[in-house]
Design a protein around this ligand. Structure first.
Ligand code: GDP
Length: 356
């Protein structure tokens, strides 16, 4: 499954945020194949198109796409040297497709800060340094093994070359995402600083409402994306019905909950998009990488669909809404038959034809 690993210093609000994420797992029951583990939270990707499709098709159910989050223990300064839990726990996020770093921006003198003061820039530096050191250990350990394998002609020498480039960059204190190194040859190492990054600033209302303060924080992490939320408020929102939640949100000057933002921006950062299927039973969004072709998209529903792929009948969401029904879209020439080489577009409404 596509996952985003959550990191951050202790006491920045990770658990509070994560509890809100897990309480939000309304969908879990609809995904029988998804084993929900205690440190995994699944969040729906809000998608208004599904509501519209459900109207057109009279669908009983709506199944949005979802993003999973993996929670890990807090990272402390010196983690890579064995402080705190050491960096064993980082194994949990090696597999993650992206990393979300939670940064404390709320004041609250009742909540102790590990370094004695609220300092977002300093905190991010602490975490990023630990991640660089963790990657450094990973690659230093891998190089002797890669050298042996290259000598024995068991692997492509590109892996070793890349590992040495990575080593040099990390030794210079550069996170891999800030380099132009193609990490594909060393993908198995799961290097943390090479993953897409999102920054989640856990702030109080004052910052949520101040464009200036948010811009200051966002500038610290650009070009990475910044999300602003109040973890405490998020955990309260979860317990409210839609209307009350919307009211509470707007009273703090927000239009979208932090969790929704996190799902949306996380999805985008992972380079994903959705296509849609609809019928009387359900209207559903399916997750694919941007640039995926039709057979790969079919494979997300079932591997047999990919193997037996013949063609896909595609209507764009906008055309379907405009024409009002599949029959009408067909008669107006808005339904296209696409083959194996078709590159899927976000919001395609699809019906696959396949051999079984
Ligand atoms: P973690 O160690 O990063 O998992 O942090 P926790 O989620 O356990 O939060 C640490 C403390 O900060 C708890 O007492 C939370 O109630 C409190 N806290 C978390 N988020 C906020 C927030 O947005 N505002 C305030 N005032 N307190 C918060």
């Amino acid at each position: 499954a596509l996952t985003i690993g959550i990191v951050g210093l202790p006491n920045v609000g990770k658990s509070t945020l994560f509890n809100a994420l897990t309480k939000n797992q309304v969908l879990a029951a609809n995904y029988p194949f998804a084993t929900i583990e205690p440190n995994v939270g699944v969040v729906n990707l809000p998608d208004v198109r599904l509501t519209k499709l459900a109207e057109i098709f009279g669908s009983e159910k709506i199944l949005p796409a979802a993003v999973s989050f993996v929670d890990i223990a807090g990272i402390v300064r010196g983690a890579s040297e064995g402080e705190g839990l050491g960096n064993q726990f980082l194994a949990n996020i090696r597999e993650a497709d992206a990393i979300a770093q939670v940064v404390r921006g709320f004041a609250d003198s009742d909540v102790v800060h590990v370094d004695g003061k609220v300092n977002p820039a300093g905190d991010m530096e602490t975490i990023n340094t630990e991640l660089i050191l963790a990657d450094l250990q990973t690659v230093e350990k891998a190089i002797p093994r890669l050298e042996k394998e290259v000598k024995g002609k068991r692997i492509d020498p590109a892996a070793l070359e890349t590992a040495n480039e990575v080593l040099a960059a990390l030794n210079a204190g550069t996170p891999l995402s800030a380099t132009k190194i193609d990490l594909e040859p060393v993908r198995e190492l799961g290097l943390l600083t090479g993953k897409p990054f999102i920054y989640v600033f856990n702030v109080d209302e004052e910052v949520l409402q101040s464009d200036e303060k948010r811009a200051e924080l966002a500038a610290l992490v650009a070009p990475a994306q910044a999300i602003f939320l109040d973890a405490k408020l998020e955990s309260e929102l979860i317990d409210l019905d839609e209307e009350d939640a919307a009211e509470l949100l707007s009273s703090t000057g927000q239009t979208e909950s932090g969790l929704d933002q996190l799902a949306r921006i996380g999805f985008d950062t992972l380079g994903l998009q959705t296509y849609l299927t609809a019928g009387p039973k359900e209207s559903r969004a399916w997750t694919i990488p941007k640039g995926a072709k039709a057979p790969q998209a079919a494979g997300v529903i079932h591997t047999d669909f990919e193997r037996g792929f013949i063609k896909a009948e595609i209507i764009s969401f906008a055309d379907l809404v405009e024409t009002g029904s599949v029959a009408e879209a067909r008669s107006k020439g808005k339904a296209r038959m696409e083959g194996k080489e078709y590159v899927m577009q976000d919001g395609d409404v699809v019906e696959f034809r396949f051999n079984v």
